[in-house]
Design a protein around this ligand. Structure first.
Ligand SMILES: [Fe+2]
Ligand SMILES: [Fe+2]
Length: 203
């Protein structure tokens, strides 16, 4: 049984961890809102290039951990995290067919990938639960953003163009699937990432 003091420390650390994860999410949300406002196509492209980072960093780290410890049992988590990274990369490939990023956005991607990769790696090595909690919040924001994007498409503010063939094949959607169908599928993926990362943050 934990002593009163260590229970207090545990609760305090959990609160701090949550505060950090939430603050980082608000900070990144503010940056995204400032840069993109309602240009959801562009927003999706740039943010999906970032979203593809955490799963790969965490998956690689857990893979190495399994090698170092010479222990089994890490397989499902490694596969889930690498699948998340692959899934985010596919999101990018779908939206790149719909909107093309400008030169400034390409530079922004290059710059943010460098920074975010290192930042997330350090965070993951020392505070993996906080890292997963942060991604849980990021994914919740992604669900909100895709809901807003979907609303604009459904109300005609953004043209409901045909979904790219790559997305139709990937999700096995009907041949005449539209952008609105694609956004719903992507949003489901983000919801899944959110739940998985919440689970890992509590393990
Ligand atoms: Fe995504
Ligand atoms: Fe996601």
């Amino acid at each position: 049984m934990l002593s009163h003091n260590s229970q207090f420390e545990k609760r305090f650390f959990k609160k701090m961890s949550n505060f950090f994860a939430l603050s980082m999410t608000k900070f990144f949300r503010l940056i995204a809102d400032t840069f993109f406002a309602k240009r959801y196509g562009h927003r999706a492209i740039v943010l999906e290039t970032i979203a593809g980072v955490p799963g790969m960093v965490a998956g690689t780290w857990i893979h190495f951990k399994s090698l170092r410890k010479m222990e089994t049992g890490y397989g499902p988590m490694i596969r889930e995290l690498l699948n998340e990274a692959e899934n985010e990369r596919m999101h990018l490939m779908f939206f790149i067919e719909i909107t093309k990023p400008n030169v400034f956005e390409r530079w922004l991607v290059l710059f943010s990938q460098g920074i975010f990769w290192v930042f997330y790696f350090i965070l993951y090595v020392f505070f993996p639960k906080t890292a997963h909690k942060m991604i849980h919040y990021f994914e919740e924001e992604a669900v909100k953003s895709y809901t807003e994007y979907l609303h604009m498409v459904e109300t005609g503010e953004v043209e409901n163009v045909s979904a790219p063939q790559l997305a139709i094949d990937y999700y096995k959607m009907k041949k005449n699937a539209k952008l609105s169908d694609l956004i719903k599928k992507v949003r489901e993926d983000e919801q899944h990432h959110s739940e998985i990362n919440l689970k890992y943050s509590e393990k």
